[in-house]
Each structure stands twice: as C-alpha cells, then as structure tokens.
Design a protein around this ligand. Structure first.
Ligand code: UT7
Length: 332
C-alpha cells in the first residue's frame, strides 16, 4: 500500500443477536443428531434464531445503531452504507436500502454485497477503498444474516451449523499514518458453485410448487470439500496478507477467523503456529452466522478490551462462491 493513501480506521462496532437460544439438545428434537456429535464435529453448543419480527434489515439496523453510538457518530454523517448478506429481506430492493430507511440516513449510496461468509471482509475492503479514494467520508458496513430462513430442518448435516445475527462497523478517515485498516485481500473461484449453494429462487430455478416440494430453496453443502478448501485457503490468504506488509504470524496479536467450524480454526492455528489464546472465537455460542460472524466476534473482542493501540489484528474468512478474504488492521 502506498504510504500516501489516507488511513481508514474502524471507529465503532456493534452487534445484534436475537434473544432465542437454540441448544444442541433442541436441535436433537428436530433432526437425528446429538449434542455430542455437534460439539465434537463443529464446536457449536448453541445458536440464536431470529423471530418473525427480526428480519435481516431489523437486525442490521440494531447492530448499526450500536456501531454509530460507539463511534460517537450521527446517522447524518454516514454517506456510504454497505450490507453484506446472503439472506436479504427480499431479492430486491437491497437490504441496504431498507436499512437506509430504518436508520433515517439521507439519500446516500447504499448497496448489498453478496459474498456469503466472506461478506464482512468484502464490505470492509470495498468501503475502506472507497473512503481512501475520497469519494465518501464516513461509511457504515454491516454483515447480517437470518440463516434460519434458508435452513433445511430435514438435513442434519447443515441445519445444526448455522445461526442468525448481525454486526456493524463505522469506518472513517484518520489523520494518523500507518494505522487502521492496512489492507485487505479478497478472492473468488466460481468454478464449482454447487459445493455450497441454494439451488432455487434465482432465474435458473424460479420459485414453483415443484421447487418448494423438492426443498430447493434451502442450503445444500458438500461439507467435506468445503472443510478442506477452507483450511487451505484461509491459511494461504492469512500468510499472503502478512507477507504483503512484512509481518510474521507471531506478530499477530489477535486473529478473528470466520466462525464455521472449530476444527477449521484449530487447523489454521496450527498452520500459523499461533496459540488459541491469540484467537477470538464465539462459535460455541452463536454457530456460523455467515457474513455477520467476523463482525460479531470483532465487536465482542473490542468490548472485552482485547484490542489495544498498535495491536496487529487479522480477520480471515471463507465461504460460498467460493469466496475468501483477509483484512489486516493496526488498531488505533
Ligand atoms: O461458512 C461456510 C463454510 N462452511 C463450512 O466451513 C463447513 C465445512 N464443513 C464442516 O464443518 C464439516 O464437514 C461438517 C461439520 C459439516 C461435517 O463434519 P464431517 O466430519 O465432515 O462429517 P461428515 O459429513 O463426513 O459426516 C460423518 C457422519 C456421516 O454419517 P456416516 O455416513 O459416516 O454414517 C453423516 O451422515 O456424520 C453424519 N452426520 C451427522 N450425525 C449426527 C452428519 N451430520 C450429522 C449430525 N448429527 N448433525
């Protein structure tokens, strides 16, 4: 990154988790599974499910209000809003437009990003570079998902893994040099979309009585293949971004990985030679909240005082697409 570019910092974070807690024992009443299987294979103990009144835009708005508050920012200062989601309130208009209205933002630029579980990193990358370009002054990014709305409660291999929630961050230009978001790397490979996808609801298979009966509006996943790719790609992109900035992995103070599977996170820790104390995880409590997951963990870590001035923070994600990304931050 050329040094002349202005710094972009995360000046506030927020999160929203629905109240309803669904334990593994609750899941065992729905599908043929057990607390033991889910814990040992994924590391998840419980997740949250949103109620009928808690849409993706509702959760996104609640997380955003918190982020604005912690940033000490007014809604009227935001001139860019990006929502990362794969479970929008509806196919269109964008969830970002609905949040724009709920928050009472002005006639600003608002749009969705669909990069599945990598959405938070994609949003961070897009917003920080648009701010650096000088086109905008203060951005709000949100990762929000109502995953329970696309789970197949007859498919035990997927429905036990995901949960609902939202997270948000306020991004702004800072005068301080060499601080804040150092840079991001994002990537994709769409050659095998059916590894993790929702077959129906788009133009190839529009909603029909047949598509509903065939359960085509739910998540389908080749878990084993996704697992292998996640371990490989998250390790690689983490190394790549550290190399780009001349850091070694032992200089990372806090690593926040996408919360999909504790065994994936353990493999990442081994590959990077980092103890688990340098990670912030909440998979056990919230499951995989897709685009919201990294932001929820980041908000928790910030509130717990886990990030101090000058700390090197690495965020890394992997998801459907396939998509992946990493962001390196020097905390202000
Ligand atoms: O955020 C996007 C990225 N997503 C991910 O990163 C998910 C990546 N994948 C995974 O996390 C893991 O592959 C899973 C947790 C989904 C599955 O773990 P696994 O060790 O790969 O299990 P498996 O799919 O090989 O299944 C092992 C056995 C099978 O039974 P058989 O064929 O050996 O008799 C499954 O039918 O476990 C069975 N099984 C279950 N048993 C109890 C699958 N799901 C369940 C379940 N409860 N919920």
């Amino acid at each position: 990154m050329p040094q002349s570019l202005p710094s972009v910092i995360i000046s506030g974070t927020g999160a929203y988790l629905p109240r309803r807690v669904v334990t593994n024992d609750d899941m065992a009443k729905i599908v043929d599974t057990s607390d033991e299987w889910i814990r040992t294979r994924s590391g998840i103990a419980q997740r949250r499910y949103a109620g009928p009144d808690e849409s993706t835009s509702f959760m996104a708005t609640a997380a955003a209000e918190q982020a604005l508050q912690t940033a000490g920012a007014q809604a009227c200062e935001i001139d860019l809003l990006i929502v990362a989601t794969m479970t929008p309130d509806m196919p269109f208009p964008s969830t970002a437009c609905l949040v724009q209205s709920r928050l009472g933002l002005g006639a600003i630029t608002a749009f969705d990003i669909q990069a599945a579980c990598s959405g938070y990193i994609y949003a961070l990358n897009t917003a920080s570079n648009l701010l650096r370009s000088g086109a905008y002054k203060k951005a709000l990014i949100i990762g929000a998902e109502k995953m329970s709305s696309i789970l197949d409660f007859e498919d035990r291999s997927t429905c036990v893994l995901f949960g609902d929630g939202a997270s948000a961050a306020v991004l702004e230009i800072s005068e301080a040099q060499g601080t804040g978001i150092l840079s991001s790397i994002t990537g994709s490979d769409g050659s095998n979309p059916e590894l993790l996808y929702q077959p129906a609801g788009g133009c190839i298979q529009p909603a029909s009585a047949e598509s509903v009966l065939a359960r085509q509006h739910f998540i389908k996943m080749n878990g084993k293949e996704i697992f292998k790719q996640a371990v490989r790609v998250m390790g690689q992109v983490s190394t790549d971004i550290l190399d780009r900035h001349g850091y070694s992995s032992d200089q990372v103070d806090l690593l926040i990985p996408h919360q999909a599977n504790m065994r994936i996170i353990d493999s990442l820790a081994k590959r990077m030679g980092l103890p688990m104390e340098r990670f912030h995880n909440n998979l056990d409590r919230f499951g995989n909240t897709s685009a919201a997951s990294i932001g929820i963990a980041l908000d928790e870590a910030r509130r717990a005082g886990r990030m101090g001035p000058g700390d090197l923070i690495l965020l890394v994600a992997f998801g459907a697409g396939l998509t992946w990304g990493a962001t390196l931050i020097k905390w202000q």
